[in-house]
Design a protein around this ligand. Structure first.
Ligand SMILES: Cc1cc2nc3c(=O)[nH]c(=O)nc-3n(C[C@H](O)[C@H](O)[C@H](O)COP(=O)(O)OP(=O)(O)OC[C@H]3O[C@@H](n4cnc5c(N)ncnc54)[C@H](O)[C@@H]3O)c2cc1C
Ligand code: SF4
Ligand code: SF4
Ligand code: SF4
Ligand code: FES
Length: 644
């Protein structure tokens, strides 16, 4: 809306207006006492004006604590998938929302409605109208004025009411807000803009009255200097991982997905709020977890005070104070900010390098990959299964709708693969762009979903979403020597590049393939590697823990073989897929040989749930491994906080 329209409403007329609105659309009003204030349908509850803030943010009206993403049903003609984004409570007017929560909504709009659009959030958000009522007093832990999101609502509302003696000044921010005015037009009088000056005077008075004021001018610098400070240990010892702090936060957006199997032949995938404060959040297969108790507690604070803003341009903390209110062990974001400031005042500390460097953030249009809405997969049929190693299989798959193979474009690095009724896992694309009508995956049987996938047979149905992620920059590799380093199933993502490189051999320098595993039987692509080694200028090297008679192999780590390659290292690019600790060891040795960190390409495969920058599980600093990566240069990897 271009013009900001102003009205006045007599205080005694408010109930009549709410009644009129409620006849058309259910109005939810603040109800309850003291610390237990919730938004309730006004037909069922007594409205109160005696409240500082709602106990829970209005986020739960647009991002439900638990909601269905899609349903699936197995019938004679295959599996039918239905997007359930539209299954929700319907139109609602939310009255009495405070500035910290309208700011939260403005941020969640930005977060869910751009890039990979979240259909569930969109369908709920479209049906909700928000009427802000500006605060005239502060709670004990309110600090919206310090972060700059309050004290009066400036964003995220449709209408904003400010109490000016016997009347409300009513500001219209959107068409939805104007519709509310029009629905009860006789109670609203056009207002003169002088009232905006009265409102500003009132705002300054309210701001002055806030008991908690913090100067956050140097906050990011203070954070950079206290990343490794001792006080984090105390916070980590105190935290019991109850997740209360993230549940009450208006800007927390993370979720987990689970399967609800209703019967053998049908079920739903649902999502529910999840939290970086629980230890499963970043856990990978075989129980590797890159975050310990200190990094868990610290991550929330850095995400709220820095990473969200760094990435999306919105404050990640709206200063509502709820996380401090609810924490059973008295962990307080306010005390932590004070501890940062005090530590920096008392000790000269160097800033952590990864807090001073901002790597690129990848924002691109991948709507092509969400044909049924972001979370509902397309159905595909397994055409063949091949045993690669005792625990790795290769699966060949065709979409049930063959036209989807035409839609599919060879960009991206992985698919989200659904086993209906069991779950979804990210699997890399291990083939080149020549693969037009069939998709191939190599996967290891490591846990609950891959175990069921492992037992599946040709003819069985799976679901596919994708491809997602940023792949290897094929074009930039031309003219260079290439070293491929992959361990076990980690060779799979490298094959995406290897296949086209071998088909266009003349475009590249020497190609060195470094395959490693515990035993020869555990290597994938055993036959292919023998064939690849016959190509001129291509050498395959094996590094195995146990000796073998099958091939000439080094017994030890792959690193031992690197100096013997005798490459012109300045003109070499390495592609490394392994665990983060192995990547670091290989990269260190390659740099000792003379390689630049920008010429070492790595894949960082963190815990992923959505694949599209929404669930939050894969996030490292302000970067989403699923969107910005998983392929990075080693130089970029070193600018990330060491929490992957
Ligand atoms: C971008 C990417 C590409 C991958 N490509 C391949 C591949 O080509 N072949 C292959 O065998 N494996 C690959 N993996 C690892 C694979 O996704 C995990 O082994 C798988 O998710 C384990 O799921 P599970 O339910 O069987 O095991 P569980 O241990 O029961 O895992 C439960 C959940 O944790 C998460 N999770 C567990 N381990 C991982 C992990 N290593 N990475 C990410 N999330 C994890 C998943 O969301 C999973 O649903 C890839 C991972 C990523 C992130
Ligand atoms: S981090 Fe705490 S104070 Fe900040 S918006 Fe979230 S709940 Fe409120
Ligand atoms: S990662 Fe950020 S948004 Fe997600 S639960 Fe943690 S603090 Fe909240
Ligand atoms: S509310 Fe407190 S104890 Fe619970 S997870 Fe958050 S910081 Fe930890
Ligand atoms: S944000 Fe969900 S996997 Fe990256």
């Amino acid at each position: 809306m271009s013009e900001r329209r102003l009205y006045t409403l007599k205080k005694e007329s408010l109930n009549a207006v709410l009644e009129i609105w409620n006849q058309q659309t259910p109005v939810y009003v603040p109800s309850g006492r003291e610390k237990d204030i919730t938004l309730q349908p006004m037909d069922e509850a007594q409205r109160t004006e005696d409240y500082i803030n709602l106990t829970l943010p209005v986020k739960e009206m647009v991002f439900e604590q638990k909601e269905a993403l899609f349903s699936w049903e197995r019938g004679e003609s295959g599996i039918q998938v239905e997007n359930l984004a539209h299954r929700h409570a319907g139109n609602r007017i939310l009255y009495g929302v405070r500035a910290c929560d309208t700011y939260g909504i403005a941020y969640t709009d930005r977060f869910y409605l751009k890039e990979f659009l979240d259909p569930n959030y969109q369908s709920r958000r479209e049906t909700v109208t928000i009427v802000a009522v500006n605060c005239l007093r502060a709670g004990k832990h309110c600090f919206c004025t310090s972060v700059g999101t309050g004290v009066f609502s400036t964003i995220g509302h449709d209408l904003a009411l400010t109490e000016l003696e016997e009347k409300y000044l009513v500001e219209v921010a959107t068409e939805k807000g104007q519709d509310l005015i029009d629905a009860a037009a006789k109670w609203f009088a056009p207002a003169v803009s002088q009232l905006l000056q009265d409102k500003e005077t009132l705002r300054q008075q309210v701001e002055e009255s806030f008991p908690l004021k913090m100067d956050l001018t140097n906050l990011w610098d203070d954070m950079a200097r206290t990343f490794d400070a001792d006080f984090w240990l105390d916070e980590a010892h105190a935290c019991i991982g109850c997740t209360g702090c993230t549940n009450v936060c208006p800007t927390c957006t993370c979720f987990n997905v689970v399967e609800e199997k209703q019967q053998e032949d049908r079920g739903e995938r649902v999502r529910y709020w999840d939290s970086c404060q629980s230890d499963h959040f970043t856990r990978n297969a075989e129980h590797h977890n890159p975050r310990d108790a200190v990094s868990r507690v610290r991550y929330r604070i850095y995400d709220k005070l820095k990473y969200i803003e760094e990435r999306f341009g919105y404050k990640g903390c709206s200063g509502c104070g709820r996380c401090t209110d609810v924490c059973p062990t008295y962990i307080s974001i306010i005390d932590i900010i004070h501890a940062m400031q005090q530590t920096v005042r008392e000790q000269a500390t160097e800033p952590a390098v990864h807090q001073m460097t901002a790597m690129r953030h990848e924002i691109f249009d991948r709507e092509i990959n969400s044909r049924r809405g972001l979370y509902a997969p397309d159905v595909a049929t397994i055409t063949r299964m091949k045993q690669e190693t005792p625990e790795i299989k290769r699966m060949f798959v065709k979409y049930d709708d063959p036209s989807l193979h035409e839609h599919y474009q060879h960009k991206g690095q992985f698919f989200q693969v659904t086993v209906f009724g069991e779950g979804e896992v990210p699997l890399s694309i291990p083939y080149g762009p020549e693969q037009q009508d069939e998709l191939v995956f190599d996967f290891k049987n490591v846990g609950s979903v891959t175990e069921v996938l492992y037992q599946m047979q040709p003819g069985d149905k799976i679901g596919l979403r994708g491809p997602y992620g940023r792949g290897f920059p094929y074009e930039t590799l031309k003219g260079r020597n290439l070293v491929f380093v992959g361990s076990g199933v980690a060779m799979a993502p490298l094959r995406t590049v290897l296949e086209p490189v071998l088909q266009h051999r003349e475009d590249f320098g020497r190609v060195e393939i470094m395959a490693s595993a515990l035993r020869y039987e555990k290597l994938i692509y055993k036959e292919e590697m023998k064939a690849w080694s016959q190509v001129a200028g291509v050498t395959v090297h094996y590094a195995l823990k146990d000796p073998t008679d099958e091939v000439k192999a080094h017994n030890g780590y792959v690193n031992d073989l690197l100096p013997g390659l005798n490459l012109e290292w300045q003109n070499t690019t390495a592609l490394v897929c392994a665990s983060p600790s192995r990547i670091k060891k290989v990269a260190k040795d390659l740099m000792t040989l003379g390689m630049k960190p920008s010429d070492i390409l790595v894949t960082l495969e963190t815990h992923m749930r959505c694949g599209a920058g929404k669930c939050g599980h894969c996030k490292v600093g302000s970067h989403y491994m699923c969107v910005d990566g998983p392929v990075f240069t080693y130089e970029e990897m070193m600018t990330l906080p060491p929490e992957y």
